[in-house]
Design a protein around this ligand. Structure first.
Ligand SMILES: CC(C)(COP(=O)(O)OP(=O)(O)OC[C@H]1O[C@@H](n2cnc3c(N)ncnc32)[C@H](O)[C@@H]1OP(=O)(O)O)[C@@H](O)C(=O)NCCC(=O)NCCS
Length: 245
């Protein structure tokens, strides 16, 4: 538990800043959408409607939005960087919580729950890691092959759904959600926050750009580079991936 004034002082050297008037108890961090008044959160895009909708006790937001009249917001040029610094200082993350079904088979060389690769650039080109607070959930009858990595989530677990089979040497980044009964073949790289539906097949060495959604019963061809969402039931191939059938 800390106080919003302590955080503002840590980041700016001053006890109060434009937009931050009350000293609130802050007990942790959360995503913009899930944060309540006990949480610190950040907003990356200069989006006034998301700023207005935030219930965070202390929000760190782009300075372009400072005229919007919203309270309990620290406006800054580097919102995610400032958030990452304050989060690491005031709320150091606990070890990753791994929720692995007893019926899942995880090869001993797989690395489950490492912190994700989310670096934030600040002033002077400094890079800091965004702290990760969530873990990994691996559901019933999943198998994970040798030397595969499944990174922990930032605020919500990375999830591998029931019956999904993951081959060797696959990278599954933070916050990814894979549905049921999928096959993920060797060398596949799935970027952060992707959502894969049920019964889809990711062929040898394909790459899925971060934040892309892949539907149900999709076939991603060997070596495809998927940069856009893919609807249910199609086959995509190539770089950039296009619908084949
Ligand atoms: C995508 C895939 C399912 C398509 O299979 P298919 O329907 O039999 O397709 P075809 O071999 O008849 O090829 C159809 C066209 O798509 C192209 N194509 C097929 N697979 C492709 C791929 N992975 N990347 C780019 N183009 C591909 C072919 O060159 C052909 O193009 P053309 O009509 O201009 O000649 C298959 O090629 C593939 O990539 N399967 C995944 C393999 C894999 O991961 N195996 C692991 C098993 S554990």
């Amino acid at each position: 538990m800390t106080n919003s004034g302590d955080i503002v002082e840590f980041l700016t050297g001053k006890r109060s800043a434009l937009g931050v008037t009350a000293e609130r108890s802050i007990s942790g961090v959360n995503s913009l959408e899930s944060a309540d008044e006990s949480h610190m959160a950040f907003l990356l895009a200069p989006d006034p409607s998301r700023l207005k909708a935030s219930k965070a006790g202390l929000l760190i937001a782009p300075k372009e939005l400072s005229g919007e009249g919203k309270r309990e917001v620290l406006f800054t040029e580097y919102p995610k960087y400032q958030f990452a610094k304050a989060a690491a200082a005031f709320f150091p993350p606990p070890p990753a919580r791994l929720t692995i079904s007893p019926s899942a088979q995880v090869h001993p060389s797989a690395v489950i729950g490492k912190v994700g690769f989310n670096l934030v650039r600040g002033p002077g080109q400094n890079l800091v890691f965004l702290p990760h607070y969530a873990g990994v959930t691996i559901k019933d009858d999943v198998s994970i092959g040798a030397n595969t990595c499944v990174d922990r989530g930032v605020f919500e677990d990375t999830v591998i759904g029931r019956g999904t089979r993951v081959d060797n040497l696959v990278h599954i980044a933070h916050n990814v959600k894979i549905g049921e009964g999928c096959q993920v073949v060797a060398g596949t790289v799935i970027g952060g926050s992707c959502v894969i539906g049920n019964y889809s097949f990711l062929g040898i060495g394909c790459m899925i750009k971060d934040h892309v959604n892949i539907g149900n019963n999709v076939m991603v061809g060997m070596g495809a580079v998927v940069i856009r969402d893919v609807p249910d039931g199609v086959t995509v191939v190539g770089n950039p991936a296009r619908i084949l059938t």
